[in-house]
Design a protein around this ligand. Sequence first.
Ligand SMILES: [Zn+2]
Ligand SMILES: [Zn+2]
Length: 253
Amino acid sequence: MILPSPSLTSPSVNKNFFSAPLPVRSFKPSIIACASCNHGSQSSTLESLCKEGKVDEAFQIIDQMDRQGLAAKPVNLVLLLQACAEARSLLSVRKAHQCIERSSCRGSRPFIYKLAEVYCKLGSMEDARKVFDEMPVKPVVKRREAYVKVRKLHERMRAAGYVPDTRYVLHDIDEKEKERALMYHSERLAIAHGLINTPPGTTLRIMKNLRICGDCHNAIKIMSKVVEREIIVRDNKRFHHFRDGVCSCGDYW
Ligand SMILES: [Zn+2]
Ligand SMILES: [Zn+2]
C-alpha cells in the first residue's frame, strides 16, 4: 500500500507502539503441545490452529516456540494474521503484529502491507498509519521520479480516452493549470510510486484520508486498464477496487 497522505508522516506517532506491552491474557490449558515437540510438528500444529481460527491456542504455541528459541515460519505468521483478522479481534491482530515484529519478517513489505490492510478492515486507521510510520525501509523512489511517471502515464491515459474533469479543481486558475493540478492529486502520485516500486501485475493499494474526487475516480479506472493492474483505493468512505477500466462501486459512492 502506498500512502499519499501527509498526515502519515506526522510526528505525533508513538514510537513505543510496538514495544508497548499487550494486556496479559489467560490461556486455557487445553493446548496439546509438549516441550519435546520438534519444530516441524509445532509448525504444523500452528498451521492447523490458524486455519481453524483457534487464535488463542495459536498464540500459546508461538509463546512455547519463543521460549524454546524457535521462530514461527513466515507462512504461519501470515495465517495467524489472517485468523486474527477473521476473528475481527483488533487485540489479537496487535498481538500477531508483535509476533511479526519479533520475527525475521520484521519490516518486510508484504507484511507491512498486509498489516495495514488488516487494520483498515478492522476500522483502525490509526494502527494502519503507525505500521507505515514504523516502517524501517522508507519508499526509495524519489519524488521527481513519481512526477515524471505520472506525466507519462497521463499521456497514455489521454490516448485511451481520459478527459480531465476540471470541475473538481476549485482554484481560480486557467484550464491547463487545472488539468495539471488534477494530475498531481495525491492518489495518482501514490499510484506512480507503486508502479515504479512493484513488479508488473502487482495489485496496488492506496489509502486516502479524504474522499476520492470524481476526476481521480475516473482517471484511476482508465489507469487500471492502461497499466493492467488492479488498484485498490481506500478512501474515508469505502474501498474502490479498480480493474480493467471499471470500479467495484459502480460509480456510486
Ligand atoms: Zn482527485
Ligand atoms: Zn469506485
